[in-house]
Design a protein around this ligand. Structure first.
Ligand SMILES: CC(C)(COP(=O)(O)OP(=O)(O)OC[C@H]1O[C@@H](n2cnc3c(N)ncnc32)[C@H](O)[C@@H]1OP(=O)(O)O)[C@@H](O)C(=O)NCCC(=O)NCCS
Length: 200
């Protein structure tokens, strides 16, 4: 009898553990989809494809220097390790028709800015102008407001990047101002156009 109640308690403990795991998984959705565009977690086997698309000067020139050009496989591996170590996934691979096409992220801010996050993204050049970034930005913005409880999502676009400004405007982001000569890129100073969207 005592033996039986011990195994009953043991089974109950396993059940509680199982429910807790399901609860934790529930607050971290595994996928976000809009038509042909799907946001998913990164996988170790994305490294080659990321390297292939990210190693493009036309992409690097629009991003921070932390996203280098040339972009090597080692850069991709380091980036994937960082993503896999996240407790709550806010960096996603963008798939278009089942193929890796780019990356998108929310970087939550801290202290008094803890209800804000910065959005960042790139789409590989062969996939440009198919509406992929627009779908991905809409998906991650909804995810940020709905699942992460953010009040505001913002970013800065370099003055020479009208495509990204267009994407943000299509997704309801509002131009809030220009940080004059705040960017030093390619040996020159540039303005940064600041955009944000707030939760309704
Ligand atoms: C900016 C970027 C993400 C756009 O991705 P995308 O999937 O091609 O974007 P979409 O197809 O959803 O929308 C692009 C829009 O920009 C427009 N566009 C493209 N090139 C343009 C240009 N030179 N001038 C003005 N508008 C332009 C397109 O016509 C389209 O608008 P429309 O739907 O009204 O016609 C992609 O070019 C990229 O990754 N660039 C390098 C990295 C980068 O800039 N990241 C963002 C940093 S803030």
């Amino acid at each position: 009898m005592e033996k039986m109640s011990c195994s009953f308690i043991y089974l109950q403990c396993i059940w509680v553990k199982y429910c807790l795991t399901l609860f934790l998984l529930k607050i971290e959705p595994m996928s976000l989809q809009s038509g042909d565009v799907h946001l998913r977690k990164f996988r170790a086997d994305d490294a080659d494809r990321i390297t292939e698309l990210a190693n493009n000067e036309k992409i690097g020139r629009n991003l921070r220097d932390g996203f280098p050009y040339p972009y090597t496989r080692k850069d991709a591996e380091k980036f994937i390790s960082h993503c896999l170590a996240m407790q709550v996934t806010t960096f996603f691979a963008i798939e278009y028709k089942g193929i890796y096409a780019g990356s998108i992220s929310l970087s939550p801010c801290s202290d008094v800015y803890r209800k804000s996050a910065e959005i960042g993204y790139f789409i590989g050049e062969p996939f440009w102008n198919k509406g992929i970034a627009t779908k991905a930005v809409n998906l991650i913005t909804d995810f940020g407001f709905r699942e992460l409880g953010l009040a505001r999502i913002h970013t800065g676009v370099y003055e020479y990047n009208p495509a990204s400004q267009r994407v943000l405007e299509k997704c309801g982001y509002v131009k809030e101002g220009v940080f004059r000569k705040s960017i030093f890129k390619m040996g020159k100073l540039w303005d940064e156009v600041r955009y944000a969207k707030v939760a309704e």
